[in-house]
Design a protein around this ligand. Structure first.
Ligand SMILES: *Cc1c(COP(=O)(O)O)cnc(C)c1O
Length: 391
């Protein structure tokens, strides 16, 4: 497609109307595990075996790479597989990875396991604390950044952190799962590698587990593709095709997600059941200005604390009908999670407390349902929480 069109349009339309055989508008699925050598003995054809390369998977990789402004993307069987590929490809000789103190739980577990086998060393820092981050970078090979963080929606300044990493020859990897490329493009701030759990916003329908490793340069991309093939974590053609179908509506979904969330954040903020709301779109958020600078919109993850502790939390969750009590995020359906007992159980109670994750905290992934119905549901449940806490 003409480079005059936006990366957003080109990315979302990747592979459409490109079928020379039947002029199919939508690209077909190639489930074949093996491909023939049409020219006989000689050089390898572009595809020979689907673990190494698959045409359906490559369309999804091209789409995500275009959206992120990268040279290429490796599509993996999960977000954790993507992080595994990136770490094994980038860290040699037990080098140090600087990761966020409050990073995704699966990432925390993976890095600790790899460290226990001396594949790498890991140092956890509060990445909002720029001096602490800089000090840790002095010894590092790779920095892994998450912004906004889960579940408290804290931001890390991408431009400043990536520049600090590059000043010291440190490779900057950003897990962009929470934003998706339509809200934030870390490569615009110099990121070398961007990771996605496509399970979340990119697929967007809570029916595919998958991941992606996007590289800024062709050389790094080849290296990632090599490692994904070595470990054997490349995604299936069917999963790739479904994720590609989900990706077509990414921009449209996120616009509704985020508009709905703005309303929800207002409702939460003005309800007597709620003591504090964490959402970067609120002017009361301490990093609202940074969010405006580095994100295109503020996201559909919002967290808040209820007055009245666990009884209020139970009354609230029990009163919801549309919001489903479940982990994960970024789908078309609205979800509610209780981090202390659900997403963050791998942390010790002390670590939860230190990270600011209390038993009164709830996290919403706001979907694309009609907003008035979401507000009705939420308000009824919040009223129940007030009745229990008696405030
Ligand atoms: C879900 C998630 C992952 C892991 O992805 P899976 O697809 O579940 O393996 C990694 N990072 C973040 C920020 C996530 O939300």
């Amino acid at each position: 497609m003409s480079p005059d069109f936006s990366a957003l349009a080109r990315g979302l339309r990747t592979g459409l109307n490109a079928d020379p055989r039947h002029a199919a508008v939508v690209p077909p699925i190639y489930p074949s595990t093996t491909f023939s050598f049409p020219d006989g003995i000689g050089p390898k054809p572009p595809y020979d075996y689907s673990r190494c390369g698959n045409p359906t998977r490559d369309v999804l990789g091209d789409a995500i790479a275009t959206l992120e402004g990268g040279a290429g993307a490796v599509i993996t069987s999960s977000g954790m597989a993507a992080i595994t590929v990136a770490m094994l490809a980038l860290v040699t000789d037990g080098g140090t990875v600087v990761a966020p103190k409050d990073c995704y739980g699966g990432t925390w577990r993976l890095l600790n396991e790899l460290a226990s086998r001396r594949v790498l060393e890991v140092v956890y820092v509060e990445q909002r604390d720029f001096a602490a981050l800089e000090a840790a970078l002095d010894q590092a090979a790779v920095v892994l950044i998450e912004t906004p963080t889960n579940p408290l929606l804290r931001l890390v300044d991408l431009e400043a952190s990536i520049a600090a990493a590059h000043d010291r020859g440190v490779i900057a990897v950003v897990d962009n799962t929470f934003c998706s490329p339509v809200r934030q493009r870390p490569m615009d701030f110099g990121a070398d590698v961007v990771i996605h759990s496509t399970t979340k916003f990119i697929n967007g329908h809570s029916d595919v587990v998958g991941g992606a490793v996007v590289s800024a340069t062709g050389e790094t991309h080849e290296h990632m593709a090599h490692w994904a093939n070595v470990i054997g974590t490349t995604a299936s053609s069917f999963d790739s095709w479904f994720a590609l179908r989900g990706l077509r509506t990414l921009d449209a979904r996120v616009r509704v997600n985020d508009a709905n969330t703005a309303r929800i954040a207002e409702v939460l903020q003005s309800h007597p059941a709620v003591s504090v709301v964490y959402w970067p779109g609120l002017t009361s958020h301490p990093q609202h200005e940074l969010a405006t600078r580095q994100q295109r919109s503020y996201g559909s993850m919002v967290s808040f604390e209820l007055i009245g502790g666990l009884p209020a939390v139970e009354a609230f969750v029990g009163g919801l009908e549309l919001f489903i009590l479940a982990e994960s995020l970024g789908g078309v359906e609205s979800l509610v999670a209780h981090p202390v007992t659900m997403t963050h159980t791998s942390m010790t109670p002390e670590a939860q407390l230190a990270a600011g994750i209390s038993e009164s905290l709830l996290r919403l992934s706001v979907g694309i349902e009609p907003i008035d119905d979401l507000v009705t549901d939420l308000t009824a449940a919040l009223d129940r929480a007030v009745a229990v806490s008696g405030n």
